[in-house]
Design a protein around this ligand. Structure first.
Ligand code: TF8
Length: 335
């Protein structure tokens, strides 16, 4: 009887329209800042995420993306999230190690061997553990998006072996692990915000930078570089971060929609990167850059010589974290 009454009431309410559609959702404008440009696959990811949000919220949750560092660099935007003055940012984990030292684990050279391996770690327990640390710092990581495997570009000479790094003025992210990795290679490493890289390369204030092919393409670094080496020296993830103070004011339905749709966007973004990688490389070659591969022996040599960086930074990152990820990778690789 009770059930019947409930059902009748529900139908009556639906017919009379007394329950507005998507009542659990408020109209929200969510600013998402990006250092990269809109033609980077993050753009495809955000479109897919928006479509998902439209369906779930009846068009009430709206993402407004800002590109090319228009709302400030990765670190600046992240601080704006922590203080609750901006909603979201897609950032590399690397510039955030000053806030969360544990994130430095992802900067260790030659940690991941393939995107699949990275996905397993990031989308699993290890990634969740890192998300808890971000949460404690006032940042909700909705999902791990992709930046990708990083390669070295420069304006001076072909780099095909360890010795070729010697004296090369390489821009690195504002991150001690990257700084040490490149200094250890013999390069003259200079930390610099992403937004300054193009003009620093153009004016020859620096010789080199390192980023995935897709970024070298969409941020047009190839226009001011002559050589590229496929070093694959690190896979740095993107974090889709949301301001915790703002997130806490959202309804549970809004929060759930954001989390679910960030994963939909992530999958599209990763897929588009996989497709664009080759195209970006072709475009870079067509622009006249010389692309070099490292020989198998040289790969091993550079990798082995870089392992000192693990020991040097282990304590700062957290020994349990470094050992934890290495153990997890061992398990993944044994399968
Ligand atoms: C870097 C990063 C950047 C990204 C981008 C600004 O080199 O790889 O490409 O964080 O979102 O600074």
């Amino acid at each position: 009887m009770k059930k019947l009454l409930f059902a009748t009431t529900a139908i009556a309410m639906a017919i009379s329209g007394s329950v507005p559609a998507f009542a659990e959702f408020n109209s929200r404008t969510i600013r998402v800042s990006n250092g990269i440009n809109s033609d980077h696959p993050v753009g495809n990811g955000i479109k897919a995420m928006q479509q998902c949000l439209d369906e779930k919220s009846g068009g009430k949750l709206k993402l407004t993306a800002f590109w090319g560092g228009a709302l400030g660099g990765d670190l600046q935007a992240t601080q704006a999230l922590r203080s609750g003055v901006q909603e979201a940012v897609v950032t590399s984990s690397s510039p955030l190690v000053g806030i969360i030292p544990a994130l430095g684990v992802f900067d260790l050279p030659f940690l991941f061997a393939s995107p699949d391996e990275a996905y397993k770690v990031l989308d699993g327990k290890f990634g969740d553990n890192m998300n808890e640390k971000l949460d404690a710092a006032g940042l909700i990581n909705l999902a791990y998006w992709e930046n990708g495997f990083r390669n070295l570009s420069n304006s001076q000479r072909p780099v095909t072996k360890w010795e070729d790094f010697s004296g090369l003025k390489v821009r690195v992210m504002q991150n001690n692990i990257f700084l040490d990795t490149f200094q250890n290679l013999g390069a003259n490493a200079t930390p610099m915000a992403f937004g300054e890289v193009y003009s620093a390369l153009e004016t020859k204030a620096i010789d080199a930078q390192e980023n995935p092919y897709v970024t070298i393409d969409t941020s047009k670094f190839f226009e001011v570089q002559k050589y590229i080496t496929e070093t694959n020296h690190a896979y740095t993830p993107f974090l889709f971060l949301f301001s915790k103070p703002i997130f806490n004011t959202y309804t549970p339905e809004e929060q759930a929609a954001l989390r679910e749709c960030a994963i939909v966007g992530r999958d599209v973004e990763r897929q588009v990167i996989a497709e664009l990688n080759k195209k970006s490389l072709e475009k870079i070659k067509e622009a006249g850059l010389e692309v070099n591969q490292l020989s198998a022996e040289e790969q091993v040599r550079i990798r082995e010589k870089s392992m000192v960086v693990y020991e040097k930074h282990k304590e700062q990152i957290g020994a349990d974290i470094v050992d934890g990820i290495l153990a997890e990778l061992k398990t993944i690789r044994a399968k």
